[in-house]
Design a protein. Structure first.
Length: 451
C-alpha cells in the first residue's frame, strides 16, 4: 500500500490498457479516500495498485480526442484550397495549406459565380466583398460573328434564385486569401505524395520535409499529385476538341454599347465579352480544334486569324487587351467511382475537372469546401465522414461533367443546317423559359442555391 499525506499531492503513473497501449494519467487526491486498481490478464484479475489517497480522484488529465484540435493539411492554395481552409477553420480545425508556387496569385482572368457559389461564399463570410468587387450583369445581346443581333434580353432580378456575379479571379482570390490568412499558406512547398498510418496522414514535400495531420485535402487542380497517387491507373485527361483564349481589359466599357454582356455564336466558334467590375471586361473565345491553324500556340496568333471574321466591337475590345492567354485544348476527366481513401479526399478540379461551359468550375470547388467542413464540424469518424461527403458530392459533380460535354458539343456545331436550327431556337425561345430551364437543370445537377 502506498500512502500520500500531502493534501494537494499528485501522482503520475502509467497503466497498461487492455489494448496494450500505455496511457498517461495525472490525478489529484483527496484525504481519506482509497482506490484499488485492477487489470485482467487472461482469466485472472490482477491487482495493479492499492492506493490510500490524501485526496480522491476528481479529474483526469488524459488528452480527450473529442476536444483536441484536429489538424487538416490542404494541398493547393487556389480557390478550392483557400475555401477549404476558411471553412474548416470555422468548423474548429487547425489548417495548413501547402502551395507549389512561390508567389500567391490566382491565374486566369474572370469567372461567373452562380447563385449557389454566392451562397457558399456567404457561408465563408466573403460574399459581400466579392459582390462589391464584381458585377451583376442584367442586359445582354446575342450576335452572329458579323455583329447581326440575334436576341436582346434583360434577366429578371431574382429569377435564378440569387445573385449571378461575374468577377475577376484576382478579386475573388484576394477576398479568400484575406479571409484564410496568408500565414495559413506555406508557399514554395510542392507536394510529392502522402502516406497513411492508422488514422494519421503524412504529406511529403519536394524539399524533403513533411507534415502530419488528421486529414489531407487534395485541392491541387486538374493535374493533382494527390489524385495521381490515389488513382494510379486512371487514364489521361479527356480532350474536348475545343481550344480556348481568355483575356481581360480595363477602361473600355463604352464598347459594350450600353449592355452588360455580348455573346457571339458562329460555326464552331463562341465568344463572350462581359463586365466583371465597375470598369473591367472579361472575355473568352472558344474554337473547334479543327478551325485552329496548324502550329498555332499563342493567343495573339489565334486572334489575328479569327478577329477579321468578327464585328468592330469584338475587334475593339480584344485589340485593347494587353494581357490574354492561350489555354490550348480544354480537358475534363471521367467521373471517378470514389475520390479518396482513408483520411484523404479531393475537391474542386482535383476531384471533378469541368469544362467551362457549365459555368460551375469555381462554384463547385467552393461548394465542395463548404460541404466538407459542414460534415466535419462535429467530432466524427473522419474516414467514414469523408466517404459520406464523396457520396453526397460525387453524383452532382458527375452530372455537371456530362452537362458540360453536352453543352460543348452544342456550341461547337459547324454543320450549316444544324447552325441554322440552333440560331432559330435562340431567336424564338423566351428568355424567362430559358432561365427556368437553367434553374431546373442546375437543381437536378445539385447546383441550386441550397445544393
Amino acid at each position: 500500500m502506498t500512502t500520500f499525506d500531502d493534501r494537494h499531492a499528485k501522482l503520475l503513473f502509467e497503466l497498461p490498457d487492455p489494448a496494450g497501449q500505455r496511457r498517461l494519467r495525472d490525478v489529484t487526491c483527496l484525504r481519506g479516500a482509497r482506490e484499488v486498481l485492477f487489470t485482467r490478464k487472461g482469466d485472472k484479475i490482477l491487482k495493479l495498485a492499492d492506493i490510500h489517497w490524501s485526496k480522491m480522484v476528481v479529474k483526469s488529465q488524459i488528452p480527450n480526442p473529442k476536444t483536441a484540435a484536429r489538424q487538416a493539411l490542404v494541398v493547393g492554395a487556389g480557390i478550392g484550397g483557400l475555401s477549404a481552409a476558411i471553412a474548416l477553420r470555422k468548423a474548429g480545425w487547425d489548417v495548413r495549406i501547402f502551395e507549389r508556387s512561390t508567389s500567391l496569385r490566382e491565374l486566369g482572368f474572370g469567372l461567373g459565380l452562380a447563385p449557389n457559389a454566392m451562397a457558399a461564399l456567404g457561408d465563408l463570410g466573403v460574399a459581400e466583398t466579392v459582390l462589391a468587387r464584381g458585377f451583376e450583369p442584367a442586359r445582354g445581346e446575342m450576335r452572329r460573328m458579323d455583329g447581326t443581333v440575334l436576341k436582346r434580353a434583360t434577366i429578371p432580378r431574382g429569377i435564378l434564385g440569387g445573385p449571378f456575379v461575374v468577377a475577376m479571379r484576382t478579386a475573388l482570390y484576394g477576398a479568400l486569401l484575406d479571409a484564410a490568412g496568408i500565414d495559413t499558406v506555406t508557399a514554395g512547398s510542392e507536394a510529392t505524395g502522402f502516406t497513411q498510418r492508422g488514422r494519421r496522414v503524412t504529406l511529403h514535400l519536394a524539399n524533403g520535409t513533411s507534415a502530419e495531420g488528421d486529414l489531407l485535402v487534395g485541392a491541387d487542380g486538374v493535374r493533382s499529385v494527390i489524385r495521381r497517387q490515389l488513382h494510379q491507373n486512371e487514364p489521361p485527361a479527356r480532350p474536348s476538341r475545343i481550344v480556348s483564349v481568355r483575356g481581360a481589359v480595363d477602361g473600355v466599357i463604352s464598347h459594350l454599347g450600353g449592355v452588360d454582356g455580348l455573346y457571339y455564336l458562329g460555326p464552331g466558334v463562341e465568344s463572350a465579352h462581359i463586365r466583371a467590375s465597375a470598369t473591367g471586361i472579361y472575355w473568352f473565345m472558344a474554337i473547334a480544334e479543327e478551325l485552329v491553324p496548324a502550329n498555332t500556340t499563342s493567343a495573339a496568333a489565334l486572334l489575328a486569324h479569327l478577329a477579321p471574321k468578327f464585328d468592330d466591337t469584338f475587334r475593339a475590345i480584344t485589340s485593347a487587351t494587353s494581357e490574354c492567354r492561350y489555354d490550348g485544348v480544354l480537358v475534363d476527366r471521367d467521373p471517378l467511382p470514389r475520390w479518396g481513401d482513408g483520411v484523404v479526399t479531393l475537391i474542386g478540379d482535383a476531384a471533378h475537372p469541368l469544362l467551362p461551359h457549365t459555368g460551375q468550375g469555381a462554384a463547385q470547388a467552393i461548394v465542395d469546401a463548404v460541404t466538407l467542413a459542414r460534415m466535419l464540424a462535429q467530432h466524427v469518424d473522419i474516414e467514414l465522414t469523408l466517404r459520406a461527403f464523396e457520396a453526397e458530392r460525387l453524383p452532382k459533380t458527375a452530372a455537371l461533367v456530362r452537362q458540360g460535354r453536352r453543352t460543348a458539343r452544342f456550341m461547337r456545331i459547324r454543320n450549316p443546317v444544324a447552325c441554322y436550327v440552333r440560331e432559330a431556337a435562340v431567336r424564338i425561345a423566351p428568355l424567362k423559359s430559358v432561365m427556368k430551364l437553367y434553374v431546373r437543370v442546375n437543381r437536378r445537377a445539385g447546383t441550386a442555391v441550397n445544393s
